[in-house]
Each structure stands twice: as structure tokens, then as C-alpha cells.
Design a binder for this molecule. Structure first.
Ligand code: ATP
Ligand code: ZN
Length: 651
């Protein structure tokens, strides 16, 4: 029999009969290794534990409790799910399904007589059916079919037909299927030996997902679940998911009526409702004031510009995929929605002859821009297609770079304090030394500016980590990485050095020597886009915005509308006159109900007014999240809340 040569991660090599399985290889090393492993990685491809190996190659053995091992467990669970769904809904059509490091899912299309699809109401029944399949401990078998056999298997399910055609085309006409007992489908990822091994699982939710991620395709219902080896791990994971849900800005955004996105009107194009708009307005006023106080000149520039501007800037060459297509105006003019504001601020710089005395020249704008993000990447407010960036560009002489960098950084740290943001990491993003061709070609510039950023950080005593290959193509940058509710990291603020755009647009200033010189540009965003920032704040505050940002700051509840309504109105007017966002709740509802509602709306202050308050000219104050109430004079309350807002404190 032919034999194959298998190489292990430690470099050792061994011969096996062709057709050997990963399981047999593991057993040949040690029975206990074989027992705690579930699959292999052969030439960097995950292979089923029982799949025959017929060529030479490198092998790694995948342990059951590794990320890749968990994906095998969850892949098995995904097919158990499909099997259960098929038994309960015999006419169901299937999209794709998979198991991965986060859980598993399967896409379904099953309109009933009223057009109603599988929903969360069905999860319990599906879960019970899955348990029955697990209990039967059906053997699982991987098979390779010809394209024709696979097409015969999937019948007239249009999605499965697509999948067969795609896979056969990518795999020499072969299609992998898995069998769990009598149930066969196009599941093709490595699985465990039998259904009985999926003991601990939980179905989580159902959400719409476009077939193949394209919004022009039909919407399928994606059933999500997860599976673990130990109950304790599942419990922990569910707790984490619950915590993430409580922080999810899309959920809170809906509860507090902050914003919405309606794919029918435009995917990734958010509508800011009055509550969200109020938060955004406070942030915008705050940041503009802060920047003006720190030497920035705020401008307004158009979102549209002639396409030639973006050809000159290099965006059209390097960034076209993320840009909306140009608008052909019919007379030879092509207008482009800007994906970035830099070229606009360059126009402002170039509108006058600049002198060294003006540098650093700081131009800032709440600049609206459009990026054609992939529909699958769009998430609530945190990744959108129309966004307004707290943008700024400073134009500096070479010897001013370091000082200006420090300036921007201290401003950023101040701003973070005001918003109570503390969980972040600084990342110095360098070019990839192994792939210099991807970057602006000037070794000396890269060496110097990377060193300069590092020494500025050291000087300021700030902690950072370094990341090669994360720089922009025009220069190195400092990114501020924050954690998201779902455990990922995203960039909030950034400071980027740029030696290239000043060349492209021939920027100049007249130096003290009377000669023309080239300035350097620093791109910087302090609080990111209004969209991502509000999403982020919503998550860190869990919707309980500090008083200075809260859409509504105070609710007044008269104990009795007839007896105390007029006094409530007097108090409201006095507060409103001090720019406090206040309203009266005199609906015909029980006091307890109104109090609870002001809690769920997370309104910072609740003022109750009754006989005693009317008599004393006071209010009974209850702060969000506290049980106790305190009686205060109206002036005292106004003084305290005004001070709190001024200090941006969270009270
Ligand atoms: P990303 O890598 O997140 O796509 P980027 O590096 O392209 O961002 P910049 O061009 O530096 O981003 O944009 C400045 C900031 O704008 C980013 O740091 C990010 O906080 C925010 N931002 C970028 N794209 C989006 C988007 N689609 N929706 C909301 N905010 C965004
Ligand atoms: Zn810029």
C-alpha cells in the first residue's frame, strides 16, 4: 500500500499508510491525545477526524477544548439544528450554516400560509427536537458526492442549488456532505463522531440575514445558538451575552428612542430621533467649544466636490472601493461624495498665501462624509455609511510636529476625562517593514516620524503598544483603541502624520527666510464620528447618560395635578430658563408607575412636588439609581445641577 509522509509541528516526520485518519495518527502518538482531540489541521485546512489523508503534508492535532475544537463541536450542533428544523418544518429551505469560535447558526426560509417565518417563538420546540436527536446518538459520516448527486440531493431548494454549484466549481466538481443518521445536507465542516457528543447547547435568537450577505437577495431567518463542553462554560457565556445585550447600543437606542436605521429607506443611513439628536448636539457644542478654545478654526465645507479633487488626493486610486460612485452631471462634470474631509481642508489652506507666523494652522469641522461600507459590516450607529467626523487638520512646520502631536494628545486626554472614558489603549501604528511597497516611499521620513511619535509618548509618560503594518499609506499614526460591548476593539480617536498630501496639493508657506516651504499635515479625530461616539457612550454608560448629555435631565411629577400642577409649572419654567431640559409628567397614572418609567428612561433627576413642597417652595429630589429622596429649595437644586453640568461630572 502507498504511504504518505506526515510532518508534525515540532518538525518530526512519520510515514503512514495512505488513507490514514487524523484519529489514527493521534492514537499512534498516545491514546489519551486521541481521546481529547476532535479533528486535524492538514496543510492548514481543518480536516475531519475520520477523513482519509492521501497526500504528504503537515499535521496539527486539534484539541476538543481549543477554539478550533469548539468550532467542530458547534459545526456538529449546527447540523443537529438543521436536522431538527427539517423534522419540524418539512418544507424548509436552507441557506448556509456553520459553527465557529463564537457559536453556530443556520439560515432558513420557511414561509407558512400567512408568510410567517421561523421566529424566536419556535426556539423551544426546535431545542427539544435537537435534544431528541442528541439522545439518539446518531453516527455522523462525511461523504464526498459528485455535483450531479449533490444536485439530486438538494432538489429544488434554490439556495442549496447555488451552494452546490459554487462548491463544485471551487472543488473539482466534488461536494462534501454530512450525514447524521438519515439526515443529509450540505454541512461541510469537520464534525464530531456522533450527535450524542453535543450535550450542552442553547439556541439564542433568530435574526434576518440576506442570502449571501447581499441586500438585493432574499432575507433568510438565521437561527443562532452556542454549544460548550461544560455547563459552567455555557452559563458563563450566557451571562456575558446578557451583559453585552444590556449594553448593546442598538437595544438601548431603541428603548430610549435615540435613533433608527430602516433598510427600506437606506441601509447604514441613520435617523437621529429627538433624544439622540439632543445627545449629539451636546457633544457637538462641547467639542467645538473645546477646540476653538484650543486654537482651532472651525469651518463648513461641502460634502460634494469635483471628482478630480479625489484623483489628486489619491483617494480615487487607493480608496475607491469605499467611495460612492461619482454622479455624472451630464455636462462632463463628475461630482463625488467625499469619503474624508482632508481635501476640503486643504482647499481652505490653499485659499490664502500662508506665512510661518500662522503655523500651526488648525482647521476643524464636524464634517459629514460618506463611505460605501459593506452591508454585512453595518452595525447600528457604530458602522454606518453617512457619518459626521469630529475632524481636524493641523498644518505645521517640520520642527513643530512633535509639539503639536503632544498638544493634540493632551487635548484628547482632557476630553476623555470629561466623558469619563478610561478603558482604552494607545497603539502606535507603524508601516510594515516587510511590505514597504504599500506605503509612501521615503525611508528617512518613516524612520524619523515613527521615532518621533515614540519619543513623544515616552516623554508624556503614556503607555502604548506598537503595531507594525497598521499605519496609513501616507504616514504613521497613534490610534486609541477602546473596547466594545461585544468584547472587540475599535478605533475611537486617531492622530496621523502626513507628508504626502502636502506634496500632492503643492501646499506651501512662506518661511521667516522669505522662501517657500512645505508644511506637514496632521490628521486628527478626537471623538471619532458622532455616530460611533454616541454608540460607544451608550454602551459604556448603559444608556444612563450623565446629566450634561442626558436627552431629558429632569422630570417633575405633581402628586396631584389639581392641587400641585400650577406649582410644578412654576418650577419647570424656572429650570427651563436655566437651559435645563425638563418636563412635567402629569398624566393620569399612578405615582409608582411614573417613577418606574423615569427610571427605565434613565432620567437623571426626578422631582416630586406635593403639599409640603408647595408650602416651602421646595422640591423633593430623587436621583437616578438611588432610593433616597431629599427635600431641597428650588434655587439650591438649580445651583447643584448647573454645577454638575458645568463639571461634566457623572454626579
Ligand atoms: P475603520 O478602520 O474603523 O474603517 P478608518 O481607519 O477608515 O476606520 P478614519 O478614516 O481614520 O477611519 O476615520 C476616522 C474615524 O472615523 C475612525 O477612527 C472611526 O472612529 C470613525 N469611522 C470610520 N468609519 C466609520 C463608519 N463607517 N461608521 C462610523 N464611524 C466610522
Ligand atoms: Zn484627514
Amino acid at each position: 500500500m502507498a504511504s504518505i509522509n506526515v510532518k508534525f509541528p515540532d518538525g518530526a516526520e512519520k510515514q503512514f499508510d495512505a488513507g490514514v485518519t487524523t484519529e489514527a495518527i493521534a492514537k499512534s502518538i498516545s491514546p489519551s491525545l486521541a481521546k481529547r482531540s476532535v479533528a486535524g489541521k492538514f496543510n492548514d485546512q481543518v480536516v475531519d477526524y475520520r477523513q482519509p489523508l492521501t497526500t504528504d503534508g503537515n499535521i496539527e492535532i486539534i484539541a476538543a477544548d481549543s477554539d478550533e475544537g469548539m468550532a467542530v463541536l458547534r459545526q456538529t450542533a449546527a447540523q443537529v439544528l438543521a436536522n431538527a428544523v427539517k423534522q419540524l418544518f418539512p418544507k424548509v429551505q436552507f441557506g448556509s450554516g456553520e459553527g465557529n469560535a463564537n457559536g453556530f447558526f443556520f439560515d432558513t426560509d420557511n414561509p407558512d400560509a400567512e408568510g410567517k417565518q421561523i421566529s424566536e417563538d419556535d426556539l423551544e420546540a426546535i431545542s427539544l427536537k435537537m435534544q431528541a436527536i442528541v439522545k439518539k446518538d446518531l453516527p455522523i459520516v462525511r461523504e464526498v458526492l459528485s455535483k450531479d448527486a449533490a444536485l439530486a440531493l438538494v432538489g429544488d431548494d434554490p439556495y442549496q442549488k447555488d451552494l452546490v454549484n459554487d462548491r463544485a466549481a471551487a472543488n473539482d466538481g466534488q461536494v462534501v456532505v454530512y450525514k447524521q443518521g438519515d439526515f443529509v445536507d450540505l454541512s461541510d465542516g469537520a464534525q464530531l463522531a456522533s450527535t450524542g457528543k453535543v450535550k450542552i447547547f442553547k439556541l439564542l435568537s433568530v435574526a434576518g440575514a440576506y442570502w449571501q450577505g447581499k441586500s438585493s437577495n432574499p432575507m433568510l431567518q438565521r437561527i443562532y445558538g452556542t454549544a460548550f463542553l461544560k455547563q459552567k462554560d455555557l452559563d458563563e457565556d450566557l451571562k456575558k451575552r446578557q451583559e453585552a445585550r444590556e449594553r448593546d447600543h442598538r437595544v438601548i437606542g431603541n428603548e430610549l428612542d435615540l435613533f433608527f436605521v430602516d433598510p427600506k429607506v437606506g441601509n447604514g443611513l441613520p435617523y437621529w430621533m429627538p433624544n439622540g439628536a439632543t445627545i449629539r448636539r451636546q457633544i457637538e457644542r462641547y467639542i467645538v467649544d473645546k477646540e476653538v478654545a484650543n486654537g482651532y478654526q472651525h469651518v463648513y465645507t461641502p460634502v460634494l466636490a469635483n471628482l478630480d479633487v479625489y484623483k489628486q488626493s489619491g483617494h480615487w486610486d487607493h480608496y475607491r472601493e469605499d467611495m460612492f460612485p461619482p454622479m455624472d452631471m451630464g455636462d462632463g462634470e463628475q461630482l463625488e461624495l467625499r469619503p474624508m474631509n482632508c481635501p476640503s481642508h486643504i482647499q481652505i489652506y490653499n485659499h490664502h498665501i500662508r506665512s510661518y507666523r500662522e503655523l500651526p494652522l488648525r482647521i476643524a469641522e464636524l464634517g459629514m462624509m460618506h463611505r460605501y461600507e459593506k452591508s454585512g459590516a453595518l452595525t447600528g450607529l457604530s458602522r454606518v455609511r453617512e457619518m459626521t467626523l469630529n475632524d481636524g487638520h493641523t498644518f505645521v512646520a517640520l520642527d513643530q510636529i512633535e509639539a503639536e502631536f503632544k498638544n493634540i494628545l493632551s487635548l484628547m486626554v482632557e476630553v476623555y476625562k470629561d466623558f469619563d472614558i478610561s478603558d482604552y489603549r494607545f497603539r502606535l501604528s507603524y508601516r510594515d517593514p516587510a511590505n514597504k511597497a504599500k506605503y509612501f516611499d521615503d525611508d528617512a521620513m518613516w524612520e524619523q516620524s515613527q521615532k518621533m511619535l515614540k519619543s513623544a509618548m515616552d516623554d508624556m509618560g503614556l503607555d502604548y503598544f506598537e503595531a507594525e503594518g497598521e499605519a496609513a499609506f501616507y504616514g504613521p499614526k497613534l490610534d486609541v483603541q477602546t473596547k466594545t460591548a461585544l468584547g472587540g476593539e475599535e478605533t475611537l480617536s486617531t492622530i496621523q502624520l502626513d507628508f504626502l498630501l502636502p506634496e500632492r496639493f503643492d501646499l506651501k508657506y512662506v518661511g521667516s527666510d522669505g522662501e517657500e516651504h512645505r508644511p506637514v499635515m496632521i490628521h486628527r479625530g478626537l471623538v471619532s464620528t458622532m455616530e460611533r461616539f454616541v454608540a460607544y457612550l451608550t454602551e459604556i454608560y448603559k444608556g444612563a447618560f450623565p446629566t450634561w448629555l442626558a436627552p431629558k435631565q429632569v422630570t417633575i411629577i405633581p402628586v396631584n395635578k389639581g392641587a400641585h400642577g400650577a406649582y410644578a409649572e412654576t418650577v419647570r419654567r424656572r429650570l427651563a430658563a436655566e437651559n435645563i431640559r425638563v418636563s412635567i409628567d402629569d398624566r393620569n397614572e399612578k405615582m409608582g408607575y411614573k417613577i418606574r418609567e423615569s427610571q427605565t428612561k434613565k432620567i437623571p433627576y426626578l422631582l416630586v412636588v406635593g403639599d409640603q413642597e408647595v408650602a416651602n417652595g421646595s422640591v423633593s429630589v430623587r436621583k437616578y439609581g438611588e432610593e433616597r429622596t431629599e427635600s431641597e429649595g428650588v434655587d439650591m437644586f438649580i445651583g447643584a445641577i448647573t454645577q454638575e453640568v458645568k463639571n461634566y461630572s457623572r454626579g
